[in-house]
Design a protein around this ligand. Structure first.
Ligand SMILES: [Zn+2]
Ligand SMILES: [Zn+2]
Length: 127
């Protein structure tokens, strides 16, 4: 039992490190490919399960993209910019975007603003 627990903790730490190693907001498939290099017998299901646990623990966030969920180890509030040309997902600092909310007046209590801005990124602009 203890061995299994230790193995699970190790797998989870590896998966977390993979997500935290990039700012490209990887998909589970991408994370799985990387994880296989460290843990050759890991399954995609195990990767998903660990991503869910990490999410529940508040260590990563899941971003619902049109096709596949993407994951982010940057958990402090920030916005995302999605490029419609290359599909890249970029972190945008909150200060760069001003979103006015008058929800208080209407009795709504805002807890989280999950915003994906769509457009063309600086790399694709002009191409
Ligand atoms: Zn782009
Ligand atoms: Zn992000």
């Amino acid at each position: 039992m203890n061995n299994i627990k230790r193995r699970n903790t190790r797998q989870r730490a590896i998966i977390y490190d993979i997500v935290a190693s990039t700012d490209t907001h990887p998909t589970a498939d991408w994370i799985y490919e990387k994880a296989k290099k460290v843990i050759p017998n890991i399954s995609l299901g195990t990767v998903y399960r660990n991503l869910n646990i990490l999410k529940e623990e508040g260590k990563i966030i899941e971003i619902q993209d049109s096709k596949q969920s993407r994951f982010d180890a940057k958990t402090q509030p920030h916005y995302h910019f999605k490029c419609e040309k290359c599909g890249g997902l970029y972190d945008i600092e909150e200060e760069k975007v001003y979103i006015s909310t008058n929800l208080d007046e209407e009795g709504y209590q805002l807890k989280d603003a999950f915003v994906i801005l769509n457009g063309i990124c600086y790399k694709c602009k002009g191409n």
